[in-house]
Design a protein around this ligand. Structure first.
Ligand code: AP5
Ligand code: MG
Length: 227
């Protein structure tokens, strides 16, 4: 399957991704994770992206589109991916359509997580991440078993640089201004599956599993039926 997961910062895209990849076998491609890896490895791309990310702004389309194009073209399983955090502008969405159309392909669905700003602000105030294995936790909603330590690998957990409250406010504004218009873009292509992401992680997991099972079985999915 060729899927996109779309939603505001902190909506739960990264949390839901392993559920989707487990069911579909898709490769998870997160542009945010790719930029953070480049920052950690002190690459030229990381150096250029970091200032934008810490300001809550989008990394310029030219850098982002080139990075995703290279990844998709080099990705062996080019037919089976979940894009998380890309596209984020109409220009990026048009570029993705063109990249896929170049080999006669198109997206199967765009899973949109719907979560209100006040819920997101609360969630992101408690997010903890493991920079070693990538696992995510939340001191408010999904605490690790031992405070400050990753359940998976035992590494120390940290707070993401862009989760400071003033940066979260900027990221939300960037989302509403630049990324929300993509909903209309994909609705016009009849590809949007809207999910309420404001419940517990388990509730969101169940909703997405139901949608994916229907898609895998070739059953009709009423694309607006899951709000
Ligand atoms: P990116 O890393 O993509 O960040 P984001 O979109 O802001 O989203 P997050 O990763 O913050 O949230 P999420 O939806 O994954 O939520 P999570 O599952 O962690 O991008 C970072 C930056 O990189 C951007 O700001 C931009 O600068 C740049 N960038 C990236 N892609 C770009 C692009 N295409 N173009 C230009 N620039 C780009 O969950 C959040 C927290 O809530 C966690 O603690 C989790 O445990 C908890 N949680 C999750 N679900 C639930 C639930 N249902 N109930 C309770 N708690 C929950
Ligand atoms: Mg994420």
């Amino acid at each position: 399957m060729k899927l996109v997961i779309l939603g505001p910062p902190g909506a739960g895209k990264g949390t839901l991704a392993p559920v989707i990849t487990e069911i579909t076998g898709c490769t998870h491609i997160s542009t945010g994770d790719m930029f953070r890896k480049n920052i950690k490895n002190q690459t030229e791309l990381g150096r250029r992206a970091e200032a934008y990310m810490n300001e809550g702004k989008l990394v310029p389309d030219s850098l982002t589109i080139d990075m995703v194009r290279d990844t998709l073209v080099n990705e062996q399983d080019y037919d089976n991916f979940l894009l998380d955090g890309f596209p984020r502008t109409v220009e990026q969405a048009e570029a993705l359509d063109a990249i896929l159309a170049g080999s006669g392909k198109e997206l199967d669905a765009v899973i949109c997580l719907d979560v209100a700003d006040d819920v997101i602000i609360k969630r992101l105030s408690g997010r903890l991440v493991c920079t070693n294995c990538g696992a995510g936790f939340n001191s408010n909603t999904m605490p690790p078993q031992i405070e400050g330590i990753c359940d998976n690998c035992g590494h120390e957990l940290s707070v993401r640089e862009d989760d400071q409250p003033e940066t979260v406010a900027k990221r939300l504004k960037t989302y509403h201004d630049q990324t929300e218009p993509l909903l209309g873009y994909y609705q016009r292509q009849n590809k949007v599956v809207q999910l309420d992401g404001s419940g517990t992680a388990e509730e969101t997991d169940e909703a997405v599993k139901e949608v994916l099972k229907k898609m895998i079985n070739g059953d009709e999915v009423d694309l607006n039926d899951f709000v």
